[in-house]
Design a protein around this ligand. Sequence first.
Ligand SMILES: [Zn+2]
Ligand SMILES: [Zn+2]
Length: 76
Amino acid sequence: MPFQPPKTEKCTTCTKSVYAAERMEAGGNIYHKMCFKCTCCKMPLKLNNYQQSEGNLYCKNDYQKEILAKNAQITT
Ligand SMILES: [Zn+2]
Ligand SMILES: [Zn+2]
């Protein structure tokens, strides 16, 4: 086995390096725990209550307001 240097993962939100102690993974993206929050209201999110759209994170309320409402406008 060749030696694999630990690759430094980048936070999807702030694009800075993420280390193991502060690492979160959601939807195939890496985040700092601190950065895993709603794009709109900055509410900290949990893995069981977040929504994701185009790389942005939303709480359920803002996801409905920002994403579902907009999609509804486009299709009508
Ligand atoms: Zn971050
Ligand atoms: Zn929100």
